[in-house]
Design a protein around this ligand. Structure first.
Ligand SMILES: *Cc1c(COP(=O)(O)O)cnc(C)c1O
Length: 376
């Protein structure tokens, strides 16, 4: 079986993680945090990090963002319906009003014109995802949110080592996150994520929220004698084992990105003709970080046929996000009549092709051969 994805790891990472844990099974999380910040700042896209915190998931980072903004029930949050459920959960749980906006059919990112049309006096937040680590309209989104005084957050969960101009995605918004879940390009040993915070004041709030809503961070750094309950919070931190894994894996991020981009480019080139003749639709332009390569079939039946055919040949093909607005929870929240035609249509027709750093050229050759047979 050719897997859709394999979590990234190698002998060196595993050996070093084991050695370090044997040496000291209970490493100091503050020392590890500092080592991780330094390691990130060595990567070209992350030189300008202001504040970064390593949390147990991107889901947690999104929850911290939502708590930090102290949103009121009438405050509106613009987000895609074509996203991971965590983008929505975080803001629904703090009682804000979700405004699901449709995607545009080329990049599957938020449609900037529809975002603009959805803005009201109550709009407090816009939170895009950068689908597959790419976002062509990001400059327009930065300008739109900036001009209107709306807080831009970034769910950059797909985006390790991809960005806009000289900065990584996640560093532009007031707050942003990356995911190190094992399905992403690199992992902190299963689960994990980080939270970027650009604003000093927001950062003070985030620090309390992720330490159970207390000023424990100030206490740990010797600045106060007792720490006390300050606001709503929880235990959102990454464990030292996860931090150690990430620290050992991070030096390979450039190599992983390069390999994934190679695979991505080969799919793009191999499928260009099928895309031109409209047999299928797939990305034609820039690569991002090679997080995912999607293909849109013309009908749902064709999608099902592709998954079945390739499955029989031993190739694992997966679909992607199912819309949130008309999900069972979306219906409970009253979003069933939201008009998101592209989202609904894309969700029915999308597949993703195997892509991970351990996929060999020969395996990819086999996949492409089968795709050309299927659609040729
Ligand atoms: C993976 C993902 C998440 C959740 O990340 P975790 O680290 O698993 O919590 C959130 N948003 C998007 C867009 C994702 O792809």
């Amino acid at each position: 079986m050719i897997d859709y994805h394999k979590p990234y790891s190698n002998e060196m990472i595993l050996t070093r993680v084991c050695e370090k844990i044997k040496e000291n099974p209970f490493e100091d999380p503050y020392a590890l945090q500092e080592a991780l910040v330094e390691a990130f700042k060595k990567l070209p896209l992350y030189r300008s990090i202001k504040h970064v915190h390593f949390l147990n998931s991107a889901t947690s980072a999104l929850e911290v963002m939502a708590l930090a903004l102290k949103l009121k029930p009438e405050d509106e949050v613009i987000l895609p319906s074509f996203t991971h459920v965590s983008t929505a959960n975080a803001f629904a749980r703090v009682g804000a009003k979700l405004k699901f906006v449709d995607i545009e059919p080329e990049s599957l990112n938020l449609d900037i014109h529809k975002v603009e049309a959805a803005i009201t006096e109550q709009t407090k937040v816009i939170i895009p995802i950068h689908y597959g680590g790419v976002n062509h309209d990001f400059e327009a989104l930065l300008k739109l949110s900036g001009d209107r005084g709306i807080t831009l957050l970034e769910d950059a969960s797909h985006c390790i080592n991809s960005g806009y101009q000289e900065k990584g995605f996640g560093l532009y918004g007031a707050m942003g996150c990356l995911s190190f879940h094992h399905t992403k390009n690199i992992t902190s040993g299963g689960h994990g994520g980080c939270l970027f915070v650009a604003d000093d004041q927001l950062n003070e709030d985030c620090l309390e929220i992720m330490h159970h809503g207390t000023n424990q961070d100030a206490f740990a750094k010797g600045r106060i004698q007792h720490y006390r309950w300050q606001q709503l919070g929880s235990e959102f931190m990454m464990t030292p084992y996860q931090m150690r894994f990430l620290l050992e894996a991070l030096p390979y991020v450039e190599a992983v990105t390069t390999r994934r981009k190679q695979i991505w480019n080969r799919y793009r080139d191999a499928l260009a003709e099928l895309n031109n003749t409209k047999k299928i639709k797939c990305p034609t332009g820039v690569t991002g970080n090679g997080h995912l390569f999607y293909v849109l079939l013309n009908t749902e039946a064709e999608k099902n046929r592709a998954i079945e055919w390739l499955g029989k040949k031993g190739i694992q093909i997966v679909t992607h996000y199912q819309p949130l607005h008309n999900s069972p929870m979306g219906l409970k929240l009253g979003y069933e009549n939201t008009d998101l035609k592209i989202t609904e249509s894309v969700a029915r027709r999308i597949i993703r092709l195997p892509i991970h750093a351990a996929l060999t050229d020969a395996q990819q050759g086999l996949i492409i051969e089968q795709l050309l047979q299927l659609w040729g």
